[in-house]
Design a protein around this ligand. Structure first.
Ligand code: CP3
Length: 344
């Protein structure tokens, strides 16, 4: 059956006059309705594990803006939690986890088969969404890439340079690789369950891929993404996969061929002209407006949006930001971006 949804058509390689559009972190604190629902849930994790409220915040930006895709509301750090890590969020600072620095920490993790005990509310959110989304809206599921998830599990928090994870990788490679393998297997099961529940596309977020260089990038960013993508495609033929090796630079070149992803999401450290020449030659790309334009707005937003649409107009393209929208963004600037993309 020919695809009718704009996002799925782009992922199948179709070039469209008006690209489909959605936004990373589109359900988030810049929206007053999100803040209200989050207050109702209590804290962020309670919101992630409350299927009705998680579905509600996923739907909010669809109602307000009519994006072409909805992304499941959850977090990449639910997988470590399901594997037995402790996880909590410190207001104004970010996530905290119990750390993995030695073999005994790793040995205390739970087996992959048990993750669904923790993650089943997420699958329920997906089921609600696949019932409630408008027929033209594509539902995207997601997970963190093993390297990015490992950086949080090893350090117990976000780190500017992923130092603790690089240190473990060099000092105890066997433990580091065992951890990556465990996350890889858990991620396959997690994404597969999201697809069984109704996710139509899955995206793999490798937010810290940019700190892996050369051979390490191949081994710990490309290879796990390839393994996950191949497993998903073997189990769920026809399900498209989006890869996001953020700030990979030259690592973006050939990433789709090496991993089998259907689309490569670009951050805004590369120009759209460069992305069209070096990445879009292999297929669909997603991106890549700087999220700062959602704060500053004005003519610069319009000009840069048009430049991106133009640069990617000769191939399949999904319009998006280069990274998540920030809490200080103005909801009116989001509307201006959408109107510019859609030519209104
Ligand atoms: O994109 C979406 O709208 C879907 C939901 C989603 C969230 N996190 C919700 C969220 C997705 C896809 C993520 C991915 C995620 N989570 C990543 C990878 C993408 C990226 O941004 O690089 C990472 C690294 C995380 C881990 C994480 N979660 C951090 C570091 C933080 C704290 C920073 C912050 O923005 O506050 C979170 C919290 C988080 N995840 C929020 C949201 C909406 C804010 C929580 C709140 O409401 O207070």
């Amino acid at each position: 059956m020919a695809e009718t949804k704009k996002l799925l058509r782009a992922l199948a390689g179709e070039v469209q006059d008006v690209p489909p559009i959605w936004m990373m972190r589109q359900a988030g604190r810049y929206l007053p309705e999100y803040r209200a629902t989050r207050a109702q849930a209590g804290d962020f994790l309670s919101l992630c594990y409350n299927p009705e409220l998680a579905a509600e915040v996923t739907l909010q930006p669809i109602r307000r803006y009519g994006f072409d895709a909805a992304i499941l509301f959850a977090d990449i750090l639910l997988v470590p939690q399901a594997l037995g890590a402790e996880l909590w969020f410190v207001t104004g600072e970010g996530p905290r986890l119990s750390t993995i620095t030695q073999q005994s920490d790793f040995d205390a993790l739970k087996p992959v088969e048990t993750i669904h005990e923790t993650l089943s509310p997420v699958y329920e959110t997906v089921r609600i969404l696949s019932r409630e989304l408008p027929s033209e809206t594509t539902l995207i599921g997601f997970a963190g890439a093993p390297w990015t998830v490992a950086t949080y599990m090893i350090a117990g928090r976000g780190t500017p340079d992923q130092g603790p994870a690089h240190a473990l990788r060099e000092e105890n490679t066997a433990l580091f690789e065992a951890l990556l393998d465990r996350i890889t297997l858990a991620t396959i099961e997690y994404l597969s369950a999201q697809i069984d529940a109704g996710a139509e596309v899955v995206k793999i977020f490798d937010s810290w891929a940019g700190s892996l260089k050369g051979d390490a990038f191949q081994k710990y960013a490309v290879e796990p993404c390839r393994v996950i993508t191949q497993a998903i495609k073997a189990r769920h033929p026809g399900i498209p996969v989006i890869g996001f090796p953020r700030e990979a630079g030259d690592g973006y070149i050939g990433f789709a061929k090496a991993t089998g992803v259907d689309c490569v999401a670009l951050d805004n450290s590369v120009s759209p002209e460069w992305g069209a020449e070096h990445v879009q030659v292999d297929g669909c790309v997603q991106g890549n407006l700087a999220s700062s334009h959602m704060v500053t707005g004005g003519q610069a937003l319009v000009d840069e949006t048009r430049r991106i649409v133009q640069a990617f107009s000769n191939g399949p393209h999904i319009f998006n930001l280069g990274h998540g929208i920030t809490p200080d963004a103005d909801p009116e600037n989001v509307q201006l971006m959408i109107d510019t993309v859609r030519g209104r």
